[in-house]
Design a protein around this ligand. Structure first.
Ligand code: ADP
Length: 494
């Protein structure tokens, strides 16, 4: 053997690929170490034997075809097939087959390089199975999953997401996820994302919030959103799991969760009732005082000094009683002072909206607009949310099953206050209650308590603001109330 041949045979022995030489009759001429490892036959066992020893019976035809093509001088590159080991097990391989020529260029044999695919195959199968499992989970999961990339473009949209939003995956893939949100979130979302990517600030990631989603037909609904992040080499994805709070099975669960909130409402309802009871109580001493003063005037005019003196003492007693009642009222209001702090107006509105819309169903168009200079207020957030929920529920109830149902919540700055308006496209205020809206126990609803608006007014007034109800331009009703605007800048929360 010349030097070149030594080189070749050394290379053949050190590679992981099986290198097999055979003659044109399919008899094995050479067999390297990797071939022995791959197929289980030693070179001694197989050289001189037909190559069919490593071909599964059902693939015997293949060998004839290969030999045929090689005889014609053709080459086969990366031909994927299967071969059989000595122990009978099957090994997936990719074959590269070339003719071997003599000095005169005649084809005298075949060289076959086989690469074992089983390792690769296994990984492939596993990842294929994993994908199938994942997609079947995503298809059957009641929660919707939306995956976006770092440019907010939708990368994956599960079957439940299709049902929930009314879009097919094809309609949303590679489009900005903001299309699933109503204004103003639609416009804000890119900003949020950019801020998160540059500062790492987390407003929603890993936390989960109740937010408003928008369907293909423009209707909105309350949803619970939990966002996670996935770091891939060179890419960042965000996964959003979404639970529809308006769906029946979730409504019950959510309603249970909301009981805590309702307890809060009932506390406020108590407050409303107490306010009205106290007002009644204050009226009594005032009426008594008026009587005693009239009496004293008459007695004094008749020269009855002692009687007049007595009547005036009664007046003093009654005024002390009134003063105490007022003090009790003050204490009650003072309690609400403690929880006031700087809050984000859009977040306050957004959360209240989501809760108010639970169970409202389809067909309601919601719009939320918050002016930049009205973005923060000093409030007891829960109380102001109760006001918002009350006004929104009233609006939704007033619109009933009307074909056009539009609800707009907007916030703008008025001097040192933020004015929030809740506007509906309903039938407007009934004449019978128009002038008595804020009096307790005034209602036009068979099941109504009639305390909602009086409670709202007490809350707003305890914030130093005012609440009014008016006809909205273009029909419907607008309730507007003011709360103190936050002035100094807020430190951003990491
Ligand atoms: P309740 O909702 O229990 O009746 P409220 O004090 O909240 O008590 O409301 C009092 C009444 O005001 C309602 O019964 C209804 O007649 C009227 N009202 C309130 N909001 C609206 C609205 N957005 N559109 C029309 N009428 C309304």
């Amino acid at each position: 053997m010349n030097a070149a041949r030594y080189w070749l045979s050394a290379i053949a022995e050190s590679t992981d690929d099986a290198i097999i030489g055979k003659n044109l009759n399919g008899v094995v001429i050479s067999w390297n170490k990797a071939a022995a490892g791959m197929f289980g036959f030693t070179a001694d066992e197989i050289v001189g034997q037909p190559i069919t020893a490593i071909i599964p019976p059902e693939r015997l035809d293949e060998e004839a075809l290969i030999l045929d093509r090689v005889r014609r001088g053709e080459r086969l590159v990366h031909f994927e097939t299967e071969r059989r080991r000595k122990d009978g097990t099957i090994v997936p391989v990719t074959l590269t087959i070339s003719p071997i020529r003599d000095d005169a260029g005649r084809v005298i044999g075949v060289s076959k390089v086989a690469r074992d695919l089983s390792e690769a195959h296994r990984a492939h199968l596993v990842s294929g199975r994993r994908e199938a499992l994942l997609s079947s989970i995503l298809d059957t999961m009641p929660d919707a999953l939306v995956v976006i990339d770092d440019r907010a473009l939708i990368q994956s949209f599960s079957t439940a997401a299709e049902r929930l939003f009314g879009f097919t995956a094809a309609e949303v893939l590679n489009r900005n996820v903001s299309m699933l949100m109503p204004s103003p979130y639609r416009e804000e979302h890119d900003k949020y994302l950019t801020r998160h990517l540059t500062t790492g600030e987390r407003r929603i990631i890993g936390i989960g919030r109740v937010v408003v989603g928008m369907r293909k037909d423009g209707t909105t609904f309350a949803m619970e959103l939990t966002v996670g992040t996935v770091e891939l080499p060179g890419a960042k994805l965000f996964t959003g799991f979404i639970r529809d709070l308006t769906e029946r099975q979730d409504r019950e669960r959510r309603l249970r969760e909301m009981q805590a909130e309702l307890i809060h409402i009932s506390r406020l309802t108590d407050l409303g009732q107490m306010v009205s009871a106290l007002a009644h109580e204050v009226n009594q001493p005032l009426a008594a005082m008026a009587n005693y003063i009239n009496g004293a005037r008459r007695l004094l005019a008749a020269g009855n000094q002692a009687g007049g003196q007595q009547a005036i003492e009664r007046v003093a007693e009654q005024s002390e009683r009134a003063r105490q009642i007022i003090r009790r009222l003050r204490d009650l209001v003072k309690k609400t002072d403690s929880a006031k702090q700087r809050e984000s107006v859009p977040v306050t509105i957004e959360e209240a909206t989501a809760l108010a819309l639970v169970g409202v169903g389809q067909g309601l168009k919601l719009e939320i607009r918050v002016a930049e200079d009205a973005a923060e207020a000093v409030i007891d957030k829960i109380q102001i949310q109760q006001v918002l929920i009350n006004l929104m529920r009233n609006a939704v109830e007033a619109m009933g099953t009307m074909a056009r149902r539009e609800l707009t919540v907007s916030a703008s700055r008025i001097g040192e206050m933020v004015e929030i308006r809740v506007t509906d496209s309903g039938p407007g205020l009934p004449e019978s209650v128009r002038t008595r809206l804020f009096q307790p126990f005034v209602t036009t609803k068979p099941e109504g308590m009639g305390v909602g608006l009086s409670v709202c007014r007490s809350i707003v007034e305890a914030h130093g603001g005012e609440l009014h109800g008016d006809d909205a331009a273009g029909g419907g009703t607008v309730f507007r109330f003011t709360i103190p605007r936050a002035t100094a800048p807020v430190p951003t929360v990491a």
